[in-house]
Every structure is written in structure tokens, then in C-alpha cells.
Design a binder for this molecule. Structure first.
Ligand code: CP
Ligand code: NVA
Length: 322
């Protein structure tokens, strides 16, 4: 009897670093198929459990619609409603869900809990955001940039203006993996974590991506081909709201900052936005905003991620039509 396939997780963007070209090509193909109405049920009868400890609009809906579009189903489980909220362990929850479902997408407060779930689940675990990373977001972001740059990352430079947070961490790894140059501007106190910077540096060594860190937004934005920002106060950071709002003064993506970027530069935001804080409505709603395409691309990226983790090549090989 053949041995069961080893399950694959997407806990960190690093887990798919070498799959990114394939993932992006498949996401683009799925986007075109959806537009033509020719999507095929590649995930027929697959069930995705969605455990969410924090709110979500894009991630939840794109996973639910994504798997349904491909013939599967999703079960939304707010952590409060699970026995997890009454003290059942993550390990036991992982073992039980593995008996019913084919994959788990988990939005957690703590990265350690994500790792624990992945350790005990015998089905793929997908990081739907935690305090360290937001890898699915970055697959959609790379798709958005790739569409605008005709598939070429090399020779382009993205500026990050804002917090050294979960989104930046996955972006650092993703940019380094595809050879995209990245200029990161954060306040001194809110730099990305050193262990992620070290991992990104290692990946960049293989692709030649140049990653730089500054504390002046204008330095990062000047001549950039795109500017990316995110909220100053992430979910879970609410206690630091006042200190953060003070520290991030000067880090707003507005018309003057955008004027420093290259001609034709566009703006990314993973959303939700705090209009008037990290970004102005003028920029977010303006002609150079890519944020709405970026949000749509979550749907196509989730499908490519689900297929990658749920349809290992060995299984696909035997099928004549799919
Ligand atoms: N960008 C993103 O993850 O949005 P949600 O919090 O709405 O899922
Ligand atoms: N950094 C933000 C991203 C939201 C999608 C947060 O963690 O709240």
C-alpha cells in the first residue's frame, strides 16, 4: 500500500517560498477561469475548517467563497464557540478536526498557538494571520504587483511605510523569495523582528533582492515603484494605541509622499484601512490605489493555496481530467 502523503502547512510564507512562481501562475489562471465561468471543481468534497480568534472580512470570505467555487465546503468556527474557548487544548482540537476536515485555516493571536495546531493536526494548517505573519495576504499582494509589472519583480522596488508587523514580516520573506527589492521605513521602536529579517536576508541571498531599513518614510518612498502600508494598531495591539499613534506621526501615505515615488507608482494596503491615519482617503480611493484589486486577489490566491496544499502532485498525477 502506498504510504499516505505527508501533509503540508502554510504557517510561514517561507513554507511556500519556492512555490511562489507556480502559486502566482495558478492564481492568475484561476482568476481568468472565474471571469470566463470555466472554473472546475478541483477541490470537490474537500472541507475547510476556519478557526478565527479575531474578526475578518476578506480572509474569511475569500476562503469560504474560494473553496465553494472549487466544489468544496467551509465551516466557520469562531474560537469563542468552540470548546477551545472553554479550555479544550489546541492539540485535542487539531486531532478532532483532522478526523472531519481536509484543512484548517487558523487566525490566531499567538504564533505559538499556530505552530501548536500545525504540530498536532494531520491535515494542512494555513496561517490566516497571527501576531508574527500573514502569509496568504502576501500571495495576493505578489499577484497584484505581478499583474501590474507584467510578471517581473526583478528591477522593481517596493517601499513599506508603517509598522514592522505581521504583514511586513510575510512581505519581507515573499519579496526576498521572488527577487523584489524592498525599502522598509518604520519608526525605530517598531522595526520588524530580527529573526524574520535574518530569514529574509538568507532568502534574498539566493535571488539578489536588495532589502534596506530606514526610519524616514520619504527615503523609502523616493523613486519606489509601489508603496505599501498597513494599520498602525494591529488587532491585539489596542492597549498601545496612544503610544503608536504618536510614534507613527509622519508615516501617513498621502499625496505628498506618493509624489516622491516613481511615475506610475501604485499604492497597496491589505485593508481594513484607518482612513486619515496610515493612509488618506484621497490616495486610497484615487487612481493609483491598487488596494481593491489586491483585496479581490485574496480570492484567487486562496484557491491556489488550497489547491497546492490539498492536491499534492502525486495524487493529481493519476487523474485524467481535473
Ligand atoms: N487583509 C485582511 O486579512 O483582511 P481581513 O482582516 O478582513 O481578513
Ligand atoms: N496588521 C493587521 C492586518 C489586518 C489584516 C492586523 O494584524 O490587525
Amino acid at each position: 500500500m502506498p504510504s499516505p502523503p505527508v501533509k503540508r502547512d502554510l504557517v510561514s510564507l517561507r513554507d511556500v517560498a519556492t512555490d511562489l512562481p507556480k502559486l502566482l501562475a495558478r492564481a492568475a489562471a484561476l482568476k481568468a477561469e472565474r471571469r470566463r465561468g470555466t472554473l472546475r471543481p478541483t477541490l470537490r468534497a474537500k472541507n475547510l475548517a476556519l478557526i478565527f480568534e479575531k474578526p475578518s472580512t476578506r480572509t474569511r470570505v475569500s476562503f469560504e467563497v474560494g473553496i465553494r467555487d472549487l466544489g468544496g465546503g467551509a465551516i466557520y468556527l469562531s474560537a469563542r464557540d468552540l470548546q477551545l474557548g472553554r479550555g479544550e487544548t489546541i492539540a485535542d482540537t487539531a486531532r478532532i478536526l483532522s478526523r472531519y476536515c481536509d484543512a484548517i485555516a487558523y487566525r490566531a493571536f499567538r504564533h505559538a498557538d499556530m505552530v501548536e495546531l500545525a504540530r498536532w493536526a494531520t491535515i494542512p494548517v494555513i496561517n490566516a494571520l497571527d501576531d508574527l505573519e500573514h502569509p496568504c495576504q502576501i500571495v495576493a499582494d505578489l499577484l497584484t504587483m505581478s499583474e501590474r509589472w507584467k510578471g517581473r519583480f526583478r528591477g522593481h522596488r517596493l517601499a513599506w511605510v508603517g509598522d514592522g508587523n505581521n504583514v511586513l514580516h510575510s512581505l519581507l520573506l515573499g519579496a526576498a523569495a521572488v527577487g523584489l527589492d524592498l525599502s522598509v521605513a518604520t519608526p525605530e521602536k517598531y522595526r520588524p523582528r530580527p529573526e524574520i529579517v535574518a530569514q529574509a536576508t538568507e532568502l534574498a541571498r539566493g535571488t539578489g533582492a536588495q532589502v534596506t531599513f530606514v526610519t524616514d518614510p520619504a527615503t523609502a518612498a523616493r523613486g519606489a515603484d509601489a508603496i505599501y502600508t498597513d494599520v498602525w494598531v494591529s488587532m491585539g495591539d489596542e492597549a498601545e494605541q496612544a503610544a503608536r499613534e504618536a510614534a507613527f506621526q509622519g508615516f501617513q501615505v498621502n499625496a505628498s509622499l506618493l509624489a516622491l515615488a516613481a511615475t506610475g507608482a501604485f499604492v497597496l494596503h491589505d485593508l481594513p484601512a484607518h482612513r486619515g491615519q496610515e493612509i488618506t482617503s484621497e490616495v486610497l480611493d484615487g487612481p493609483r490605489s491598487a488596494a481593491w484589486d489586491q483585496a479581490e486577489n485574496r480570492l484567487h490566491a486562496q484557491k491556489a493555496i488550497l489547491e497546492l496544499l490539498l492536491r499534492p502532485p502525486a495524487r493529481r498525477a493519476g487523474r485524467s481530467r481535473q
